[in-house]
Design a protein around this ligand. Structure first.
Ligand code: AMP
Length: 428
């Protein structure tokens, strides 16, 4: 199967080959022809499968084939849970659509709303957005969604997990009833099935990989180590193994900052990325990491969600996540699009239960390897693990216990404080 077999136009094929893709990934091979037929899809696909091109390429082609009526109305809406993911999808839309006369823009919270208003006023065919800021625009009457022909819900399970269900329903109510819907989700929980049931019209089900397959693709190892010596071990591993680009996960924002600072003292270029950082700082940290200006990016789970960094060779769990599924998302950052990756977890005595939970989810043991000189001191007893605000999920949607806490503080914006909208949490 080649891209030429999928029914894509010459402009899109050119853009694809300029990206250096020679073959469609399984999700692309399955989704593109169906989306081109104008059908709804329900796709089980995680980040890293090439799903973004899977919906973006046919979407561009469909829009290109039809002339918009009047001034450019928004004809395709892509909703995503996080700002980073929104920015990355928007970049993909720009890349794949660069030989087409279509306009796109991205809107998310945490940044000035005015340039977004200006972009919308100029008219865009494709809008990529996070739900909160999207509704702010609707509330300010700077956005009209009444001409949307195609709706994409990306990482729908994450959106529900982050408590966006009400926002999604509000957005759906603003769209024309007659439209094409593409729903992407890494998992098919009951909540997702319920959402899909009310949204999709005789969808084609596309499944390319079982959930948690990152675990099979990625070489995983646990290095048992005392909590106090983790930073030292990390610096040692980075130096001795000559790691050039490492994504390191911590449980808390404070922990991310502290670790980035400590690594810097060890002479290792590091930046932290988490919800308390301004959008500008997060974007800069990610850009510096991508171009190799910083060697280590220290991230919390929420901040890292959806990060697309090509050929990321190593992911380090400096601390195990409290939510086992987050481990799978974390290690999914490496071994992307079929490449080999390595996931290294530094595990202290306190984290044994978390490790057991993860292994239960993976349905396999992660191999353990003690690094010479870092054997844990057997006299140290386990202490309770600090949670950093994320607890094992007790369901999704508005009743999620951490709904408010998982939202970045700097997501607050003027509209979000308006009492008439009755918001309880700052939003993306
Ligand atoms: P996604 O799952 O959409 O986040 O894509 C994961 C990564 O795979 C991105 O870095 C894409 O640039 C890359 N990618 C997407 N499609 C292809 C393809 N057909 N061949 C090689 N890489 C691809």
């Amino acid at each position: 199967m080649t891209f030429n077999d999928l029914g894509l136009s010459a402009e899109l094929l050119r853009a694809v080959s300029e990206q250096g893709y020679s073959q469609p990934t399984p999700i692309q091979a399955k989704a593109i022809p169906i989306v081109l037929q104008g059908r709804d899809i329900l796709a089980a696909a995680q980040t890293g499968t090439g799903k973004t091109a899977g919906f973006t390429l046919p979407l561009l082609q469909l829009l290109k084939g039809k002339k918009p009526v009047g001034r450019r109305p928004v004809r395709a809406l892509v909703l995503t849970p996080t700002r980073e993911l929104a920015a990355q999808i928007a970049e993909s839309v720009t890349n794949y659509g660069k030989h087409l006369p279509l306009r796109s823009t991205v809107i998310f919270g945490g940044v000035n709303i005015r340039p977004q208003i200006a972009a919308l006023r100029q008219g865009v065919d494709i809008l990529v957005a996070t739900p909160g800021r999207l509704l702010d625009h609707v509330g300010q009457k700077t956005l009209d969604l009444s001409q949307v022909e195609i709706l994409v819900l990306d990482e729908a399970d994450r959106m529900l997990d982050m408590g966006f269900i009400h926002d999604i329903r509000k957005v759906l109510a603003l769209l024309p009833r007659q439209r094409q819907n593409l729903l992407f989700s890494a998992t098919f929980s009951n909540a997702i099935k319920q959402l899909a049931g009310g949204l999709l019209d005789s969808p084609t089900l596309i499944e390319v990989a079982q959930r948690n397959t990152a675990a099979e693709r990625v070489a995983q190892v646990v290095h048992p180590v005392d909590k106090k010596r983790k930073r030292e071990l990390l610096s040692f591993l980075i130096g001795s193994r000559n790691w050039k680009q490492v994504l390191v996960f911590t449980r808390t924002k404070h922990g991310a900052n502290r670790l980035a600072g400590q690594l810097a003292k060890d002479g290792i270029g590091a930046a932290a990325i988490h919800g308390n950082k301004s959008q500008g700082a997060r974007t800069k940290a990610l850009a510096d990491f991508k171009k190799g200006a910083v060697q280590v990016l220290v991230a919390t789970d929420i901040a890292a969600r959806g990060l697309d960094i090509d050929q990321l060779p190593q992911v380090v769990n400096f601390e195990l996540p409290n939510v086992s599924e987050d481990y799978v998302h974390r290690i999914g950052r490496t071994g992307r699009a079929g490449r080999e990756g390595e996931a290294i977890s530094l595990v202290s005595i306190d984290e044994q239960k978390l490790l057991r939970d993860i292994e239960r989810l993976l349905k396999c043991k992660v191999p353990k390897e003690i690094i010479a000189g870092y054997r844990p001191d057997p006299s140290i007893v386990a202490e309770p693990v600090t949670t950093g605000g994320r607890q094992p999920a007790a369901g999704s949607g508005k009743n999620h216990p951490n709904r408010n806490r998982t939202r970045p503080k700097n997501g607050r914006n003027a509209a979000a404080r308006k009492p008439k909208l009755g918001r309880v949490a700052p939003r993306g």
